[in-house]
Design a protein around this ligand. Structure first.
Ligand SMILES: [Zn+2]
Length: 317
């Protein structure tokens, strides 16, 4: 079994200055695509589920699909990670399902919408660290809030609140977490920037110099324009969808980001493939026909991310 914590995967990435993608999953095809890409590129991998994804799959289904990936790939280090846990209760549920790593997002209140206070964040994060560390589970937390809403998670005013590096340092010291998500201008979803892409690399540099645990970038999909065009060409309507260019992600990795969260790009590539297939083959109705094509396209996308982030080759076996 190759189930490991994100601490193990990310500490190594931090030491050797490469990034590891954390890919969100909801179903079997997505998990298989990630594992095929990881096998092909020899990459360690973080598969993550949001509360929405767990709910969609009645919790138990998704956790067993993730475990199937572990059994099927004994040579690849895999972390099962809970994305945006909102309370100690949710964290306990995830740990009971077999997750090796959890995120507690105390930058927002339990509703996953209302920005919280620093003191609230420290309190809830500490309680999670205390519970999780006793069980060998690693903990990610967040300081500062991202803009955009995805899967019902995100600051209700839609605005981001960039991380204060000094506060980040204090937060890490006061909570004992294993990795820290920061806000430097990315946002969740497919509509990240209205004008020019602008990430606060100065904040990242500052945080990197003040803390010695891996740093996480949420809302880091690239929203490739050829995919958006493909979706729109085959009947979709995603006008003005934009993301973070891969060159900016690579710059962020160079400056100290170790974990890159990717959800939107996977959704886009599958939707584009399915829309195209169904329009071109109106006579087909077997879900395997279009889901296998979506899985194939997702494998290619993740494979290229593993190479772009520098993860490729780091599953040493
Ligand atoms: Zn996030």
């Amino acid at each position: 079994m190759a189930l490991v914590s994100t601490k193990q995967i990310l500490n190594e990435a931090m030491k050797e200055h490469y990034g590891v993608g954390a890919y969100n999953v909801n179903n079997m095809e997505q998990i298989q695509a990630i594992m095929l890409a990881a096998k092909e590129t020899k990459s360690p991998v973080i598969i993550q589920a949001s509360r929405g994804a767990l709910k969609y799959s009645s919790f138990i289904y998704l956790s067993y699909l993730m475990k199937a990936a572990i059994v099927d790939n004994p040579n690849i280090p895999i972390a099962m990670h809970l994305d945006h846990g909102n309370s100690l209760q949710t964290i306990i549920e995830a740990i009971n399902l077999g997750f090796s790593s959890v995120m507690i997002d105390g930058s927002l209140l339990e509703d996953g919408k209302t920005p919280s206070t620093y003191d609230y964040n420290v309190k809830v994060t500490r309680s999670v660290v205390e519970y999780a560390h006793k069980r060998g589970i690693s903990v990610e937390a967040e300081i500062g809030t991202l803009g955009g809403i995805e899967d019902g998670v995100g600051s209700s005013d839609g605005k981001s609140n960039l991380t204060d590096p000094k506060e980040a340092e204090r937060f890490v010291n006061e909570t004992g977490i294993d990795s820290l998500a920061i806000s430097i201008g990315t946002s969740h979803g497919a509509y990240k920037f209205k004008g020019k892409v602008k990430l606060a690399f100065d904040i990242l540099k500052n945080v990197r110099s003040l803390i010695n645990i891996p740093i996480v970038l949420h809302g880091a999909s690239s929203v490739p324009q050829d995919l958006v065009e493909e979706v729109n060409k085959y009947g979709g309507q995603l006008p003005g969808a934009t993301g973070v260019p891969i060159t900016s992600i690579q710059e962020a990795i160079k400056l100290g980001i170790s974990k890159i969260n990717v959800d939107t790009d996977g959704r886009l590539v599958m939707t584009a493939a399915i829309r195209k297939f169904l329009l071109e083959h109106p006579e087909k109705f077997d879900p395997r026909d279009y889901l296998s094509i979506a899985r194939h396209e997702l494998t290619k996308l993740i494979s290229s991310k593993m190479k772009d982030f520098g993860t490729a080759g780091h599953a040493k076996y």
